[in-house]
Ligand binder design. Structure first.
Ligand code: B1M
Length: 211
């Protein structure tokens, strides 16, 4: 089995120590962090999602897989973030209220930092007002929101509306993303951008801040 397949297997089994060790091994073998991330970590988590949906595994198994994903991302983090780059803009980031999923959001944060943005990460379960207050107080020009549940997606609209209500929309732009979110949804709620994955989110944030 290749090291990439072994990492994926370790993640699906929820073995954080194995994932951490193998990720380190993959780096030493010269594999790129992007390849390890997409092929093994995101690939493994996709399998976990499918098995959870089919009731083949249960919530504790998903939690262990999430812990293993975190362990792998921690090894990759320094390689994805090129330290010492001067800030090219500030982004407030969070998973919306009611949503505890934060792996994708964390990935977006890591890649934004890697691209030179200062990221103010509010964590998960973030209330609409907290997004807007933080962006205003910290002088951020972009609010990035992540949602993994169809039930929490409407909260994104509340943030977009609040930015407009407070007449901040000329200087604070919004971007939304997450598995159930689409370009069409982003347009419907009046968000300024949609990122289909973490790398695309970085491109979209760059366009928002240079427009
Ligand atoms: Co939950 N969960 N979960 N879960 N979970 C999903 C989302 C689900 C699709 C599983 C399923 O049924 N197949 C389902 C949602 C169904 C729906 O809404 N239609 C679900 C459910 C139902 C639930 C609970 C309700 C289960 C329960 O309690 N009965 C519960 C809800 C808790 C809550 O939030 N209130 C729950 C709990 C959990 C755990 C806590 C166990 C754990 C989360 C741990 C954590 O995040 N710290 C968990 C996990 C791990 C998943 C799955 C398996 C994996 C999610 C993930 O991390 N993917 C997920 C199934 C799946 O998505 N296949 C599932 C990897 C990650 C890299 O991808 O987050 O999509 P993702 O991010 C991507 C893109 O979406 C994008 O970039 C990333 C890739 O580069 N992206 C952005 C994300 N945010 C972005 C923001 C941007 C731009 C792009 O701009 C700002």
């Amino acid at each position: 089995m290749s090291v990439l397949a072994e990492i994926k297997d370790g993640l699906v089994c929820g073995d954080d120590e194995r994932v951490s060790e193998l990720t380190q091994q993959a780096i030493e073998q010269g594999l790129s962090p992007q390849e390890i991330l997409s092929e093994s970590l995101i690939g493994g988590m996709t399998i976990v999602g499918e098995r959870f949906k089919e009731h083949e595994i249960f919530l504790p198994d998903v939690l262990l897989a999430a812990k293993a994903m975190h362990a792998g991302m921690e090894v990759l983090r320094p390689l994805l973030i090129d330290a010492g780059i001067p800030s090219i803009g500030k982004v407030v980031l969070g998973s919306v209220q009611g949503d505890l999923h934060d792996i994708g959001k964390n990935l977006v944060g890591i890649l934004l930092k890697g691209a030179g943005f200062e990221v103010i990460d509010l964590g998960n379960d973030v209330a609409p007002q907290s997004f807007v207050d933080a962006a205003k107080e910290r002088g951020a020009s972009v609010i990035g929101m992540s949602a993994l549940l169809t039930t929490t997606m409407p909260t994104m609209a509340k943030v977009v509306d609040l930015v407009k209500e407070r007449k901040l929309d000329s200087r604070i732009k919004t971007i939304v993303g997450g598995a159930p979110v689409s370009e069409m949804f982003a347009r419907e709620i009046g968000a300024d951008a949609y990122g289909f994955d973490a790398a695309n989110a970085v491109d979209r944030v760059k366009s928002l801040t240079t427009a």
